[in-house]
Design a protein around this ligand. Structure first.
Ligand SMILES: Nc1nc2c(ncn2[C@@H]2O[C@H](COP(=O)(O)OP(=O)(O)OP(=O)(O)O)[C@@H](O)[C@H]2O)c(=O)[nH]1
Ligand SMILES: [Mg+2]
Length: 374
C-alpha cells in the first residue's frame, strides 16, 4: 500500500452557498470559487457545491428544509466529512446543522481562521491568530434564553458579571493577556520603524496577487511563495537598491480577501501597522484575474479599515505574462498610472523601481544624505 502523502487533502468538503436577496450573481460565483481555494488551503478537497437563492436565511438552519435534504444526499453520495458554508452562520445555525447533518459544519470565517492557524510561524503571528480564534469563539458561544434574561434586562442590571461573562472569564483573561503581548510587540516594531534611515515601501494586495514573488524578484529575499491563499502571514522587510545608489526598505504583508473577518483584521493589527506607517504602498493586483476590480475594491476597503487609506499608493499590475494584451489595455485605461510587471519573469522591475523613487520624491520623502546636499 502506498504511504499516505501528507500533502494530500485529508478532508472531503461539500460547499454550500446561499445567494441572498439581490446579491450579484457574478460576485457570488467568484466568492464560491474562492471558497474552494480556501478549502484547499485549509487541507480539504471539494466534492461538490450546492447553491440556493433566497430572500433571507431561515433562522434555524440558514437553508430551507428542502435544501437540507439535498445537502444530506450530496454528503452521503460524495462521502463528505465537512460542510463549508460561504455565508456567515450564527452559533445556533451551526449547532442545528451539525445535528441535522451529523457531520462538521463550518463557515467561511472559520476556514480562514484555520488557514491562518496552520500558516502562523512567528511568535507574533501565532499570538495574533490565537487572539482572533478566541474572539471568534467567544462570539459564537450560544446564549441560552435564560442567560439572555440575565443579561441586563430591565430591572435585572446589578453589580458584578452576568453568568455568561463568568463562564467566559478565563477566555477573557487570555484575550486581554494576548492583547497586552501584541501591544508590546507592536510598540517594539514601531520604534524600530521610526528610527529607519531609509524610506519604507509596503506591498499590499489581495491574497495570491504575487506580493512575495515581487519582493523576491526585487531583492532575492527568499520569501515563501505558494499558489495557495494566505501563503504569507509574517511580514518580511528587505533593503532594495534603486537607481542612483539609493536604497529603500520593501515590506511584504499578509494578503487581503473579501469578507475578511473583522476580528482577524483587528488581530493582525500589529502586522498591518507597517502599511499605515509606510511612505508608499504598492497595491499589487493580479492582472490576469477576471475578478481584479473587486479585488482592488476589497484592498481599498481593508486599507480604510486599518486606517492606511491616507498613505500614498500606486497600483502595480502583476502577472503581465499571464494576462492578455486586451486585459492589460483595459486595466491601463482605468488605472492610467499603474505599472505593469511580471514578478515571475522579472519583467518591468527597473521601471517599477524608477517609478517608486519618483513617487517618493513627489511626496517629499527623502533618501538619506540627499537633503543635506540639496
Ligand atoms: N504567471 C505569473 N504568476 C505569478 C507571478 N507572480 C506570482 N505568481 C504566482 O502567483 C502565486 C502567488 O504568489 P505569491 O507571491 O505567494 O502571492 P502573495 O500575494 O504573496 O500571496 P499571499 O501571501 O497568499 O497573500 C504563486 O504561484 C506565484 O508563482 C507572475 O508575475 N506571473
Ligand atoms: Mg505572500
Amino acid at each position: 500500500m502506498k504511504a499516505t502523502d501528507p500533502s494530500q487533502p485529508r478532508e472531503r468538503a461539500l460547499l454550500v452557498q446561499v445567494v441572498l436577496g439581490r446579491r450579484d450573481r457574478r460576485e457570488a460565483e467568484d466568492s464560491l470559487a474562492e471558497l474552494e481555494r480556501l478549502a484547499d488551503s485549509a487541507g480539504a478537497a471539494t466534492i461538490g457545491c450546492i447553491t440556493q437563492r433566497r430572500d433571507r436565511p431561515t433562522p434555524g438552519l440558514f437553508v430551507g428544509e428542502g435544501k437540507l435534504v439535498d445537502i444530506q444526499l450530496a454528503c452521503r453520495e460524495g462521502k463528505a466529512n465537512v460542510v463549508i458554508f460561504d455565508n456567515e452562520l450564527s452559533a445556533v445555525q451551526v449547532n442545528n446543522l451539525d445535528l441535522a447533518l451529523g457531520i462538521k459544519v463550518i463557515d467561511r470565517t472559520e476556514v480562514i481562521l484555520q488557514i491562518f492557524a496552520r500558516r502562523a510561524r512567528s511568535a507574533e503571528a501565532k499570538v495574533q491568530v490565537e487572539l482572533a480564534q478566541l474572539q471568534y469563539l467567544i462570539s459564537r458561544i450560544p446564549v441560552s434564553r435564560k442567560q439572555q434574561r440575565f443579561q441586563g434586562g430591565i430591572g435585572m442590571r446589578g453589580p458584578g458579571e452576568s453568568p455568561l461573562q463568568l463562564r467566559n472569564a478565563p477566555m477573557r483573561r487570555r484575550i486581554s493577556d494576548l492583547k497586552r503581548r501584541l501591544d508590546r510587540i507592536g510598540k517594539r516594531h514601531a520604534s524600530v520603524r521610526k528610527r529607519r534611515p531609509w524610506p519604507l515601501v509596503s506591498l499590499v494586495g489581495y491574497t495570491n496577487a504575487g506580493k512575495s514573488t515581487l519582493l523576491n524578484a526585487c531583492t532575492q529575499a527568499g520569501a515563501y511563495v505558494d499558489d495557495r491563499l494566505f501563503a504569507t502571514l509574517d511580514t518580511k522587510t528587505r533593503l532594495v537598491h534603486v537607481p542612483e545608489n539609493r536604497k529603500l526598505l520593501l515590506t511584504d504583508t499578509v494578503g487581503f480577501i473579501r469578507h475578511l473577518p473583522h476580528g482577524l483584521v483587528a488581530s493582525f493589527r500589529s502586522t498591518l501597522d507597517v502599511a499605515r506607517e509606510s511612505d508608499l504602498l504598492l497595491l499589487i493586483a493580479d492582472a490576469a484575474d477576471p475578478g481584479i476590480a473587486t479585488q482592488i475594491d476589497v484592498v481599498h476597503e481593508t486599507l480604510a479599515e486599518i486606517e492606511a487609506e491616507a498613505v500614498p499608493y500606486m497600483i502595480v499590475l502583476n502577472k503581465s505574462d499571464a494576462a492578455t494584451q486586451d486585459q492589460l489595455d483595459h486595466l491601463l485605461a482605468i488605472h492610467h498610472d499603474a505599472v505593469v510587471v511580471s514578478a515571475r519573469k522579472g519583467e518591468g522591475l527597473d521601471k517599477l523601481k524608477a517609478r517608486i523613487v519618483e513617487e517618493l520624491l513627489a511626496h517629499d520623502v527623502h533618501f538619506p544624505g540627499e537633503n543635506d546636499h540639496g
